[in-house]
Design a protein around this ligand. Structure first.
Ligand code: AMP
Length: 628
């Protein structure tokens, strides 16, 4: 059976891991790196993913997409503010969803994330020497239903079989707890590029039981970067009366410089940000430069409110688990942003102990996902590991007066199923609309609507008589399925979902097809580039032989030179059929040239004696073959 892998699909970086001999291991990508930037760029009809995409971001800001995880499964009205901060175009899509406009085409965030997943899996398949299809993907614990569903769909669009979607902190705890023996209460503090999660678990005897989870899906390292961006842009505006954020290229450079400065400040007390030629003076057209020194103290001042925001979810998670800080045995830090010294300080302050540094914050999540993949595949090395996770947010329905009637409270163990009976508010009401909500607020309007279900065809009855049975069913992925049925009439009515922001089945199918076509186009493009490169390297070899084989006849040399010239023109023309015929001709000419050269030198050698014979033997034996 081909191996299943675990994927940490991060806001900033992604990691893929697999079980090898009973231990999870990170798989390096094609570039040899353990993490892959979650960046996708569109350049003409080419798509670049990972480091190569990230590197060209400043030159291609409108078509280089990053932090797309912030938009996945979201409603437009939830992300408007974040959309305004990125250099590419994020806009409202069908049904209040989010779309990213690139080169006149609207992309769903799921499609963009699918590109990252595809690269991770393709590279891993090449490394493992087997085609991977089965994956476990992690999501922030605090992701709601549509964000989970959308992440799963991203996997499907990438042609993958998503075995399970698991929570990032739970995955990190799995990686941490695999080697531990005793009973422990662990708090996982996960501050990544775009999201913040806190999870409290009890570990012992192979059981990983999540007690509570809390977080903030709008808080991560990028918010810290933005504070530096705003400060730099503000200072620059004061000096030059020009807002750099209005220029996408300058904005992209600011964002990159801000992140670099932030990372440097994790190890240094001050750093210099230098962006020469950031823009031109609008009046004099002279180039303007930006140079500023940022101290760690100033950085902490700029981000003081963000640092304060991590407190509440920690306190909430402790309260929900009915634990005090002193009952936490270990604190595990996950996510790159936990390297910020002020973040570590706050964690220590909140829990009263130094965090455990034994896990690598960048890799723990993917490693844990690989463990989960191993568990699902029945990896015999793992023994009996049981993972008990919870749903992060309360699920309910809207009732009269715009209130929420909770069905499944937050931190309920999943999978979970709950049925409640509702009724009508008016006489002879022919149908009801069931608004499914997720969130902690008492009024429906303040929570996230996951979808509206219409139950129609209720026979005329006085108000309060119909028995409408509503069932909420959360699967192991934390994804919700809702059904409704009217009992008094004995008749089951159909349910229609409207207004969900996730893609419907036909959209996903279309995107899978498009992605497959793109993959085919990518393969063809790669083949084309390889053909061109092969011909070019054969040409270089031919020219080298022309120099080296002095014994060849003038005629043979001329023929080979002509074939090499033709190859050069074919490479420049980029015309497939010219490249193929030039390759054939050059291979033939090179072969006859080598034979002629060998014959020529043998003739010379028999005239010159044994010493020369030996040298020429080296030439004859040389390992010559056309480029692969
Ligand atoms: P993750 O989603 O876990 O890959 O975390 C990525 C975030 O961590 C990004 O916002 C990075 O800028 C941030 N990050 C990575 N390394 C450091 C560091 N040494 N200091 C501060 N932030 C960091």
């Amino acid at each position: 059976m081909p191996k299943a892998v675990g994927i940490d699909l991060g806001t900033t970086n992604s990691v893929i891991a697999v079980m090898e001999g009973g231990r999870p291991e990170v798989i390096v990508n094609a570039e040899g790196a353990r993490t892959t930037p979650s960046v996708v760029a569109y350049k003409g009809d080419e798509r670049l993913v990972g480091q190569i995409a990230r590197r060209q971001a400043a030159l291609n800001p409108k078509a280089t997409l990053f932090e797309v995880k912030r938009f996945i499964g979201r409603r437009w009205d939830e992300v408007k503010e974040e959309a305004a901060r990125v250099p590419f175009v994020v806009k409202e899509g069908p049904g209040g969803s989010v779309r990213i406009e690139v080169n006149g085409q609207d992309l769903a965030p799921e499609q963009v994330s699918a590109e990252v997943l595809r690269k991770l899996v393709q590279d891993a398949s090449a490394k493992l020497g087997e085609k991977i299809r089965d994956v476990v993907i992690t999501v922030p614990a605090y992701f709601d239903n549509s964000q989970r569903e959308a992440t799963k769909q991203a996997g499907e669009i990438a042609g993958l079989n998503v075995l399970r979607v698991i929570n990032e902190p739970t995955a990190a705890a799995l990686a941490y707890g695999l080697e531990r023996k005793g009973n422990e209460t662990v708090l996982v503090f996960d501050l990544g590029g775009g999201t913040f999660d806190v999870t409290i678990l009890e570990l012992g005897d192979g059981v990983f039981e999540v007690k509570s989870t809390s977080g903030d899906t709008h808080l991560g390292g990028a918010d810290f970067d933005q504070r530096i961006v705003a400060w730099l842009a503000g200072e620059f505006q004061k000096e030059h009366n020009f807002d750099l954020r209005k220029d996408p290229q300058a904005l992209q450079r600011l964002i990159e410089a801000a992140e670099k400065a932030k990372i440097e400040l994790s190890n240094a007390s001050e750093t210099t940000i230098s962006l020469p030629f950031i823009t031109f003076d609008p009046e004099t057209r002279t180039p303007l430069h930006l140079e500023r020194t940022l101290t760690r103290a100033k950085f902490e001042e700029l981000t003081a409110d963000l640092l304060r925001r991590v407190r509440q979810p920690v306190e909430q998670a402790l309260a929900d688990a009915k634990l005090s800080a002193s009952q936490i045995d270990e604190v595990i830090l996950v996510g790159g942003s936990t390297r910020i010294p002020a973040v570590k300080r706050i964690v220590k302050d909140l829990i009263g102990k130094d965090p455990n540094e034994s896990v690598n914050p960048d890799e723990a999540v993917a490693l844990g996902a690989a463990v989960q993949a191993g568990i699902i595949q029945g990896d015999s090395n793992l023994g009996d590991i049981v993972l008990v996770d919870v749903t992060p947010l309360t699920l309910g329905v809207e009732v009269k007066g715009g209130m929420v009637a909770p069905m499944i409270p937050r931190n309920t163990t999943v999978p979970a199923k709950k049925t409640e009976i509702y009724t009508t508010a008016e006489n002879n009401q022919p149908g009801v609309e069931i608004n499914v909500l997720q969130g902690e607020r008492p009024m429906a309007a303040d929570n996230k609507s996951l979808g509206r279900f219409k139950l129609e065809g209720i026979p005329p009855m006085p108000a309060g008589r119909p028995q409408i049975e509503v069932t909420f069913d959360i699967d192991a992925n934390g994804i919700l399925h809702v059904t409704a049925k009217e009992k008094t009439s004995g008749k089951e009515a159909s349910i229609r979902i409207e207004n969900t922001t996730t893609l419907d089945k036909s959209d996903v199918e279309r995107m899978v097809r498009e992605a497959e076509q793109n993959a085919e186009a990518d393969r063809k493009r790669r083949e084309k580039v390889e053909k061109r490169n092969n011909l070019d390297s054969l040409r270089v070899q031919a020219l080298a032989q022309l120099d080296e084989q002095a014994g060849a006849s003038e005629e043979a040399k001329q023929k080979l030179k002509a074939a090499a010239d033709e190859a050069e023109e074919a490479v420049r023309s980029d015309d497939d059929s010219r490249i193929e015929s030039a390759q054939k001709r050059l291979e033939e000419e090179l072969r006859s040239f080598m034979t002629a050269a060998q014959q020529g030198s043998q003739a010379q050698a028999s005239a010159a004696g044994p010493q020369a014979q030996k040298q020429d033997d080296d030439v004859i034996d040389a390992d010559f073959k056309p480029a692969d």
